[in-house]
Design a binder for this molecule. Structure first.
Ligand SMILES: CC(C)(COP(=O)(O)OP(=O)(O)OC[C@H]1O[C@@H](n2cnc3c(N)ncnc32)[C@H](O)[C@@H]1OP(=O)(O)O)[C@@H](O)C(=O)NCCC(=O)NCCS
Length: 148
């Protein structure tokens, strides 16, 4: 089940985050996003437990996908796919230009997943990630309006 993130979800979400990323967001970073009216924070729940989450925020008419992760034990079961589908349903009818995100160049699984949703690589941020100076791919997806 996909639902809006609540304050009580921040702890389990941060635990998944800590396992998923070398430079994880703090609990406060999630709380900040929860408080922003321009952000969408979703969690995926299985058997009453949080197994994944998605954070996105809108500015300058563009949705920025800031954070997305799934608990290791639940990967490759379409949890991220469901989170993304839900996010596109929520934002599909908004007036906006499209969606963007940054992803590590080496994160082939995530890149493949984003491409399957229509994201394309539009640029590179050299040495973007501070832990290992890895490059980030900038990905972009037009809004449905732009495609019409
Ligand atoms: C990337 C991530 C969110 C994917 O979550 P997930 O729930 O496992 O993804 P899904 O099951 O919805 O995958 C959908 C499709 O994406 C592709 N995909 C996802 N993960 C993949 C992987 N590790 N290797 C290859 N392809 C992958 C596949 O095409 C998959 O479909 P398939 O299983 O039928 O082949 C998850 O691996 C994760 O949390 N990684 C660590 C954090 C991270 O990298 N987040 C993204 C930062 S930009």
């Amino acid at each position: 089940m996909i639902r809006r993130m609540q304050l009580a979800d921040v702890k389990p979400v941060a635990e998944i985050e800590n396992e998923a990323f070398p430079r994880p967001w703090s609990q406060n970073a999630f709380i900040t996003q929860l408080a922003k009216s321009s952000s969408i924070c979703l969690v995926a729940e299985i058997d009453g437990g949080v197994v994944g989450y998605l954070i996105a925020t809108q500015y300058v008419e563009v949705w920025h996908l800031l954070d997305l992760a799934v608990h290791v034990r639940y990967r490759r079961h379409y949890v991220a796919t469901e989170l993304l589908e839900n996010f596109f349903e929520l934002t599909g009818r908004d007036q906006h230009r499209g969606y963007t995100l940054e992803v590590r160049k080496s994160n082939r699984g995530a890149i493949k997943m984003y491409e399957s949703f229509g994201f394309i690589c539009t640029g590179l941020r050299k040495g973007y990630y501070s832990d290992n100076a890895e490059d980030a791919l900038i990905m972009w997806k037009d809004s449905e309006d732009m495609l019409a």
